[in-house]
Design a protein around this ligand. Structure first.
Ligand code: ADP
Ligand code: MG
Length: 575
C-alpha cells in the first residue's frame, strides 16, 4: 500500500494542512477536560460566577475552534483521498489499455473490473482514515495518559490494568478478523465473474433453460460473500460491546477509587471529572486503532491486487530502436513462423511461410481450431511469434511502432464488435475525420446501405451496447464498413462473411474487389465459395500449412483441400 501512496504527491499541501488541523483539533480535545476541571474546582466549588462565565466562554471558543479544524480537515482529507482514487483509476486503466492479449488472457476481465472499481475505493477510504488518525490517535493516547497522570498519579494505576486488557481484546479479534477481511475482495471477484457471464450470455442461459442453474451459481457466490461478511460482523458485534464493557468498567473503577480519594481530601472534584474524560479519550483512541487493524488489511489486499495490475508489464511494447517501413506498401511476409499460446502444449501455428503483395487476395481456409484466427492476429501484433518473423512492408512487426503498424491494417475480427452510439459513429471509428460521403460509400460497398436505409433514423440509428439490437450479419457488414473507410494497405477479414447469406456474400466480395484493388487482402473463410477465386489459398490444418496455391492447383495436389471441397459441395447438392 505504501507504494501506492506515492501517487498522493500532488496532494502534499492538502495532507500537510490536514495533519496540522488534526493536530490542533486534538489539542483542543485534550485541553477541554482541563478547562472543565478548572471551572468545577475554581468556579463552581468557590461560587465564583464571574470565573464560570469567563472560562465557560473560553471553553466554547476552544470547542468551536476544534470543530472548525475538524470540518476543514475532513474536507481536505476527502479531497486528497478521492484524488488518489482518481489517479489510481486512470493509472490502472491506462496500464490495462497497454496490455497485449496475453495479459488479458492471464488476468481475466472480471477481476480487472473489480480492481479498477472496488479495490481502489477501499484504498481511498482507508487513506482518508489514516490521514485523520495518524496524528490524533497517538496524540490522544499519549497526551491523555500524561494529562491524566498530572491530574492524579495514583488513579492512573487503573490504566495499568485497563489498557493491557483492552489491547489484548483488540489483538485477539484482529487476528481472527484479518484473514476474513482479506478474503472479501476475492469473493467479490467471483460475484462479478458470475454476474458478467450471465449478463453477456443471457440468451444462452434462456435458450438452455439454465436460469435455475445460473441462479444457483450466483446464489453460491453471493452466500459465500455473505457468510464472510457475517463472520466478520460477528467478530465486530462482539468487539464493540466488549470494548464498551471494558471502558465502562474502567469508568466505574475510576469513579470508585476517585471518590475514595476525594473523601480523603487527596483529590478535587474537577480533577476527577477531567480524569474520567481523559480515560475515555485514551480508550477511544485505542478503539480507533482497532478500527485500523480491521480496515488496513483489507486495503492492503486491495493494494496488492492493484500493484499486480500496475506491475504486469505489457508483453508487447515498442522496440527500443524503431525501424521505419520503406517505400513498400502492403507487403506481407511470414517467415517460418511458429507460435504457441501461454500454457498450451502444442504450438497453435508452426513453420508458416508465405508472402502476399498489393493487388493480391490471399485466402486462408481450414477447419475450426486450425489456427486461422491465430495467424491473422499475429499481423497487427496482438501476439508475438515464438520464432520466425512476420514482416510488413519489409520490416519485422516487432521493430515497428505499434501505432504505425496498425494504421496500415484494416482488421475485421471474427467476432464483430460494435460500440454503443449511432451507426455513423461506429463506421467513423475506422477514420475519425471521415466525411459523410465516405461513410455512405463504405456502407454501400459493405452491402450495409440497404438495411441502414430501412431503419427509421438511417445512419443515426442508435446501436445498443454490444450491438445487440442488430443481427449478426448486419454487425459483420458494419464492421467491414468501418474498415473500408480507413483505406488501409492490408485488409484482414477473419471469417467476416460467415453470417452472410450466399447472395450477399457474393455481392459483397464483388464490390470489395474494386475497393481493394491496390491493397493486400487476407480473407479467412470456411466456405469454399468465398475463397475459390483468390490468388492464393492457404490450407491450414492443425497449425500447419497443408497446401498452398490456387483453387485448381489445390484440387489436384492437396488432400485436405479436396476433403473440404467435397464436403461442402455434397452439402450444397443435397440442399
Ligand atoms: P480458428 O480461427 O482456425 O478456428 P484459432 O486460431 O482461433 O482457430 O485457434 C487455434 C488454436 O489455438 C485452438 O486450438 C484454440 O484452442 C487455441 N487458442 C485460440 N485462442 C487462444 C487463447 N487466447 N489462449 C489459448 N489458446 C487459444
Ligand atoms: Mg477463427
Amino acid at each position: 500500500m505504501i507504494r501506492l501512496f506515492k501517487f498522493l504527491k500532488p496532494f502534499k499541501v492538502f495532507i500537510a494542512c490536514v495533519l496540522v488541523l488534526v493536530f490542533f483539533q486534538t489539542l483542543a480535545d485534550l485541553y477541554l477536560p482541563t478547562l472543565m476541571s478548572d471551572i468545577v474546582d475554581k468556579g463552581i466549588m468557590k461560587g465564583d460566577t464571574n470565573y464560570i462565565w469567563k472560562m465557560g466562554g473560553f471553553m466554547l471558543l476552544i470547542a468551536a475552534g476544534g470543530t472548525i479544524c475538524a470540518i476543514i480537515a475532513t474536507f481536505l482529507s476527502s479531497k486528497a483521498a478521492m484524488g488518489l482514487g482518481t489517479i489510481l483509476r486512470s493509472k490502472v486503466f491506462n496500464r490495462v489499455e497497454s496490455y497485449s492479449l496475453h495479459e488479458f488472457d492471464k488476468l481475466g476481465t472480471s477481476t480487472l473490473i473489480t480492481r479498477t472499481t472496488n479495490d481502489i475505493t477501499q484504498i481511498q477510504t482507508v487513506t482518508m482514515i489514516i490521514m485523520r488518525m495518524m496524528v490524533s490517535a497517538p496524540m490522544m493516547a499519549i497526551g491523555g495518559i500524561v494529562l491524566a497522570f498530572l491530574k492524579d498519579k495514583y488513579l492512573t494505576l487503573v490504566f495499568a490494568v485497563a489498557i493491557p486488557v483492552l489491547a489484548g481484546a483488540i489483538t485477539l479479534l484482529a487476528i481472527k478478523g484479518m484473514p476474513l477481511f482479506k478474503l472479501m475482495q476475492v469473493k467479490l471477484d467471483k460475484i462479478n465473474l458470475v454476474l458478467r457471464e450471465n449478463l453477456t450470455g443471457i440468451r444462452v442461459v434462456r435458450a438452455f433453460n439454465r436460469i435455475d442453474h445460473e441462479q444457483a451459481r450466483f446464489e453460491e457466490a453471493n452466500i459465500d460473500l455473505t457468510n464472510n461478511y457475517i463472520k466478520v460482523n460477528r467478530i465486530m458485534a462482539f468487539l464493540m460491546p466488549a470494548l464498551m464493557l471494558i471502558m465502562n468498567i474502567t469508568s466505574v473503577a475510576i469513579l470508585w477509587f476517585g471518590s475514595l480519594r476525594i473523601d480523603n481530601g487527596d483529590m478535587q472534584m474537577g480533577a476527577l471529572i477531567a480524569f474520567t474524560q481523559y480515560a475515555m479519550q485514551i480508550m477511544y483512541s485505542m478503539l480507533m486503532v482497532s478500527m485500523m487493524f480491521i480496515m488496513v488489511p483489507r486495503a492492503q489486499a486491495a493494494a496488492v491486487r492493484i500493484n499486480e495490475v500496475l506491475d504486469t508489464t505489457p508483453g508487447i511494447s515498442d522496440a527500443a530502436e524503431i525501424k521505419e517501413a520503406n517505400e513498400k506498401r502492403g507487403f506481407l511476409e511470414f517467415k517460418n513462423v511458429t507460435f504457441s499460446y501461454h500454457g498450451a502444449e502444442q504450438p497453435a501455428l508452426s513453420n508458416i511461410t508465405f508472402s502476399a503483395k498489393p493487388g493480391e487476395v490471399t485466402a486462408i481456409i481450414g477447419g475450426t481450431g486450425s489456427g486461422k484466427s491465430t495467424l491473422v492476429n499475429l499481423i497487427p501484433r496482438f501476439y508475438d511469434v515464438d520464432s520466425g518473423s512476420v514482416l510488413v512492408d519489409g520490416v519485422d512487426v516487432r521493430e515497428m511502432l505499434q501505432e504505425a503498424l496498425r494504421s496500415k491494417i484494416g482488421f475485421v475480427p471474427q467476432k464483430a464488435v460494435l460500440f454503443s452510439g449511432t451507426i455513423a459513429h461506429n463506421i467513423r471509428y475506422g477514420k475519425v475525420e471521415a466525411t459523410d460521403e465516405e461513410i455512405r460509400h463504405a456502407a454501400e460497398v459493405a452491402q450495409a446501405k440497404e438495411f441502414i436505409s430501412e431503419m427509421s433514423s438511417g445512419f443515426e440509428h442508435e446501436i445498443a451496447q454490444g450491438g445487440i439490437n442488430i443481427s449478426g450479419g448486419q454487425k459483420q457488414r458494419l464492421s467491414i464498413a468501418r474498415v473500408l473507410v480507413r483505406k488501409p494497405e492490408i485488409y484482414i477479414f477473419d471469417d467476416s462473411f460467415s453470417a452472410l447469406d450466399f447472395k450477399t456474400d457474393a455481392k459483397l466480395r464483388a464490390a470489395l474487389k474494386n475497393e481493394t484493388a491496390d491493397a493486400t487482402v487476407l480473407i479467412v473463410a470456411q466456405r469454399v465459395g468465398t475463397v475459390m477465386d483468390a490468388d492464393r489459398i492457404i490450407v491450414l490444418d492443425e497449425g500447419q500449412i497443408a497446401g498452398m496455391g490456387t483453387h485448381r492447383e489445390l484440387l489436384n495436389s492437396c488432400e485436405v483441400y479436396r476433403e473440404i471441397v467435397s464436403s461442402q459441395l455434397s452439402e450444397e447438392e443435397l440442399a
